[in-house]
Design a protein around this ligand. Structure first.
Ligand SMILES: C[S@@+](CC[C@H](N)C(=O)[O-])C[C@H]1O[C@@H](n2cnc3c(N)ncnc32)[C@H](O)[C@@H]1O
Length: 202
């Protein structure tokens, strides 16, 4: 089964952040769920959580395998992990309408091309209920400020693999979010030079 050591390291601090920000019984759409470890870990801890994992077509089988194996028992009271569905942020027709209280995505913005991140934010504006939260976790950069050494090395590594990948500028993400009707709520520092950018839809 697909396994992410990064999820193992970051899942506890992210869980505490979600505990703080999500309304009780929140219906959450996750973009780029990968191994599904986050979905399971959060649904084991947060009562009433209704978590919808999603992935691109090529990664959907790996995700579905974990959800089928671990997503049906041992969850917190009234929590649920739904059957994963296909969602490529660049495919406008994949996006649901106005269904979700929150959208969460971890470690995807630096993997996607910049245009796809903008599409993610536009899709979030469509998929969230009014007042819904957008939470983007991962390493980000800041306009005009040198990156921490570990993030600079990671950014260079990503760009050497594919010039379209790389750490995204938090200010640029903020502008895209504002254009889609979001208000910036928090830029929460997380362990190992990561952050969670949190926005609320009007
Ligand atoms: C580094 S992995 C992160 C997976 C998981 N969220 C985690 O934290 O371990 C990046 C994920 O982004 C997904 N991804 C990349 N491009 C995407 C797109 N256009 N639409 C949706 N997901 C995408 C990949 O399939 C991959 O699962």
């Amino acid at each position: 089964m697909l396994f992410s050591p990064a999820c193992e390291r970051n899942q506890q601090p992210i869980r505490e952040l979600l505990r703080q920000w999500l309304p009780p019984g929140a219906r959450v759409l996750e973009i780029g769920s990968g191994s599904g470890q986050h979905a399971i870990f959060f649904a084991k801890a947060l009562a009433g959580l209704d978590w919808q994992p999603s992935e691109r077509r090529e990664a959907l089988n790996d995700l579905a395998e974990r959800i089928a194996l671990e997503g049906r028992s041992g969850l917190a009271v009234a929590a649920r992990v739904a059957e994963p569905f296909e969602l490529d942020v660049d495919q406008a027709e994949h996006w649901p309408s106005n269904d979700f209280d929150a959208l969460f995505s971890a470690n995807t913005c630096h993997i996607m091309a910049a245009g796809s991140v903008a599409n993610l934010i536009a899709g979030a504006a469509k998929g969230l209920k009014p007042g819904g939260l957008l939470l983007l976790y991962g390493p980000f950069r800041d306009e005009g400020i040198p990156m921490a050494a570990s993030n600079a090395a990671f950014d260079a590594h990503l760009r050497s693999l594919d010039p379209g990948m790389g750490l995204r500028d938090a200010q640029e993400i903020g502008r895209w979010a504002q254009e889609q009707g979001f208000t910036a709520m928090a830029d929460q520092p997380m362990p190992a030079q990561n952050r969670c950018l949190i926005f609320r839809l009007a």
